[in-house]
Design a protein around this ligand. Sequence first.
Ligand SMILES: NC(=O)CC[C@H](N)C(=O)O
Length: 375
Amino acid sequence: MTKRAVLALADGTTFEGRAFGASGETVGEVVFNTSMYGYQEILTDPSYVGQIVTMTYPEMGNIGANAGDEEAGLPHAVGMVVRSLTKTPSNWRSQETLDAYLARHGRVGIEGVDTRRLVRHLRTHGAQTGIISTENVSAAALSERARAAVSMEGLDLATGVSCKEPYLFTTPTPDVFLATGDKQPEPELKYDVIAYDYGLKRSMLQYLVDVGCRVTVVPSHFTAEQVLAKKPHGVFLANGPGDPAAVKGADRTVAALLGKVPVFGICLGHQIMALALGGRTYKMKFGHRGGNQPVKDLTTGKVEITAQNHGFAVDDASLKGKAVVTHINLNDGTVEGLAVPDARAFSVQYHPEASPGPHDARYLFSRFATLMAGS
Ligand SMILES: NC(=O)CC[C@H](N)C(=O)O
């Protein structure tokens, strides 16, 4: 029998639906993602720690779930909101239903929700804390508790999700993910790269390997001295959850590396780079999450359609005299990329690894390799 579930937002708005995944209760920042596909990559992206993700596309679960589509070993989003859940997946790679996958990992979901109403609400009033409950609790009591829960601002979630020990990564992108389906030649690993793990997605590491990097992944607390002692060709700053300004010591560490070695940052890594340069970050009203965000490269005039997942952004004015703004978002004009050419450093707010999403910006991994080749 299908069980009733409720989603209650901190501002008192409530949504009725049916439970899927695990039973129980979950608290998190309620956000929305406009990607039509790739729900498993989204759920397992560690940047979703502490967030309940609403999918705007109405049909979810149709390709089931499989280990190959995971960006990390488990779903990091703490809950999922869906309009219509498919119970019978149809895909040769499917190993289990989305329902079974979330239940196995103890993640609570709600389906049958009017997601159009929910997303309009979040766009008007902003992303906010919410609770999904499959228990028989009054919606008003849930909203009350959501109001009392901590908000995303000021939260260091990256330190907790970062790896505990350094490890080596040398696996390229599996052939199954290449658009042509062709066999990819083994890349020659020419560059030693240190990748700071703030909660990274596996595909980023694979794309680094594809362009010739032998990657040593290190915890977020790894010091600049420890990095420089390894004499890397470049340093990569990964994505991650929470407030960039709260990640313990990260800005000072990156400041000590800038100018000494080429640096490439993505998303949280981009935000931390801006902070290291003396810039400022701020919380956006509802962020950018999806696979259809138009970004303009101000250096070439070209527009890329990009994958995104962020709720904070870099303040344009705070970068004046410190870095060049190289990319902007064409929907709202926010900063999407910066560079410090003298320091051989650049970063983007969006996701060149896509996963899921368009691959327009994949060339940025090659740009990093070129920067290392010239250094
Ligand atoms: N994907 C990311 O790295 C997200 C960065 C940061 N947690 C934000 O929400 O803006």
